[in-house]
Design a binder for this molecule. Structure first.
Ligand code: SLL
Length: 213
């Protein structure tokens, strides 16, 4: 603990938003996944948080491989596909090791609430407003917290209606999954051929054994 003289007395707040958006996939995947979603932690006013945030750790449902995801760069977000809703834990680590970690939980939304705009696919979006509160921060932290050069007026529409990006990501995701399943099918076909030829060899041996016996 550093002494009070290295610190700036007072309470400093950073407005943040965390939540998720989700879109239904054009078709259900073989693993039952029906949606693509992105869970995120970001600033309310477009300010880069990585000035003072070192990483955001996302805890997904244990169904997911590597269910603990560390994101060390902005945007602090995780994109996945899935079928179900669950609590996503987020832990915020600061560059200043004297600052205690912050945490929050978001219940992932896949089916509602929906936001629509004429001529576009509906997008599910659920988010929470919150504030990171820093009490008597170190001088260095104080300087980062009060540097408002990058702060822009809040514009939620920009986040709500970034449809071209969402649709492009979805198409890319589907193309990757299709490629992946083509690959899996050809691997399985190869394995079936190998097994069939092993079976044939065994049958051959059995026939020989039968003839000898
Ligand atoms: C429910 N309590 O029953 C929730 C669990 C789990 C979601 C939701 C698939 C993950 C995967 C997925 O979306 N799991 O296949 O890796 O609704």
């Amino acid at each position: 603990m550093s002494s009070m003289k290295d610190r700036v007395e007072g309470e400093f707040r950073k407005p943040v938003v965390y939540g998720n958006r989700a879109v239904p996939l054009p078709e259900k995947l073989p693993n039952g996944h029906t949606h693509r979603w992105t869970v995120y932690f970001r600033s309310f006013n477009d300010e880069p948080l990585s000035k003072f945030i070192k990483k955001v750790q996302f805890k997904l449902h244990q169904d997911y491989e590597n269910s603990t995801r560390n994101v060390e760069q902005e945007p602090f977000e995780v994109t996945e596909t899935g079928w179900g809703e669950f609590h996503v834990g987020m832990r915020i680590y600061f560059h200043d090791s004297q600052e205690r970690q912050a945490s929050c939980t978001h219940y992932l939304a896949l089916r509602a609430p929906e936001v629509t705009r004429e001529g576009t696919v509906p997008v599910i979006m659920k988010e929470n407003y919150d504030e990171l509160v820093f009490i008597n921060p170190t001088r260095k932290m104080y300087e980062l917290l009060t540097d408002t050069n990058d702060v822009k007026p809040h514009d939620s529409a920009r986040w709500f209606f970034d449809y071209p990006k969402i649709i492009a990501e979805n198409q890319q995701r589907m193309a990757n999954l299709a490629k992946q399943s083509d690959q899996e099918v050809s691997e399985l076909t190869e394995s079936i051929k190998v097994i069939a030829s092993k079976c044939a060899a065994i049958r051959e041996k059995l026939k020989e054994a039968d003839l000898k016996g």
